[in-house]
Write a protein that binds this ligand. Structure first.
Ligand SMILES: [Zn+2]
Length: 287
């Protein structure tokens, strides 16, 4: 006689989405790395999510201090390095509120607005970070043309996962968070740019979460003007497409092409093609 299957003994593997957005014990067993272009990006785009997770590491690609010194001077700093240090310190204070200690935050210290100029090197550094932090899930920016540093961070994360796979490591599942600068570059908007419609998970903030995120925002003295006009939530996440970084993410003029300091889409694609040829000389360029 055949015994009926005891379903309770065969627990269905939980999807990365359930692991990331589930509650209680699910999150306790999961390691998550958040890879962002600028200090504070992770707080605006995923501060509430980060506070719900137990094992989080954060990687900042740039130091948040552009070479032109405009932001630094507006915040009262004469030296770029002092402004960058202030941005790191206020971000560490904000992350501490979400229970992420200082030793879980890594800064690559690339000059703000310059991440696209060193994509191959950045990819190798992201791969090293991922091998050391060994996350189950990575949260990063989408490739959507919102900010060249954000696209560079998306490139480096996707290319790093491909390098890990090539080298026999099991790559983590990847999610992207909604975050882009407003058209006047003043606010940080926790949303995706309009484009292809995809399934999005929206994290609504209850009163307690809003209060906590307000306290995180309050840590950013140098970013006060920007965060005062940035929405505190909700936070939006989705799983990425298999991006082709040799083509523009959108048709027509990209969001970042509105900013005088930013590269053109063509210039960015050229940097991406060079980096892919450097990183994957034997393979097709598309990731
Ligand atoms: Zn940013």
């Amino acid at each position: 006689m055949i015994e009926p299957v005891q379903h309770s003994q065969y627990r269905k593997p939980r999807s990365p989405r359930v692991k990331l957005f589930g509650t209680g014990d699910l999150n306790r067993k999961m390691r998550c790395s958040v890879i962002v272009a600028h200090p504070a990006d992770e707080v605006v785009g995923a501060g509430c999510l980060i506070s719900k997770l137990v094992d989080v590491t954060v990687l900042h690609v740039t130091d948040g201090a552009p070479a032109d010194m405009q932001d630094a001077k507006a915040a009262g700093f004469e030296a770029r390095a002092d402004y960058a240090r202030a941005r790191r310190e206020e971000c560490l204070a904000a992350l501490a509120i979400a229970n992420v200690p200082q030793d879980r935050v890594v800064d690559l210290e690339i000059t703000d607005q310059c991440a696209s100029t060193c994509l191959a090197d950045l990819t190798k550094k992201v791969a090293t970070f991922l091998q050391q932090s060994a996350p189950d899930i990575v949260v990063t920016h989408p490739y959507e043309g919102g900010h060249p540093d954000h696209d560079a961070t998306a490139f480096a994360t996707h290319a790093a996962l491909r390098l890990m796979t090539q080298n026999g490591f099991k790559p983590p599942a990847i999610f992207e968070m909604g975050l882009h600068p407003s058209e006047d570059f003043k606010a940080k908007l926790p949303d995706f740019l309009p484009g292809t419609e995809r399934e999005t998970t929206t994290l609504l903030l209850d009163d307690r979460a809003k209060e906590m995120k307000q306290r995180m925002f309050a840590c950013f003295e140098t970013q006060r003007e920007s965060l005062d006009v940035s929405p505190i939530g909700p936070e939006k996440f989705r799983q990425p497409l298999a991006y082709d970084f040799t083509s523009p993410p959108q048709e027509g003029k990209l969001h970042y092409e509105n900013f005088a300091w930013a590269p053109t889409s063509q210039e960015w694609q050229s940097l991406a093609c060079d980096a892919l040829a450097n990183l994957f000389p034997q393979r097709s360029a598309a990731l």
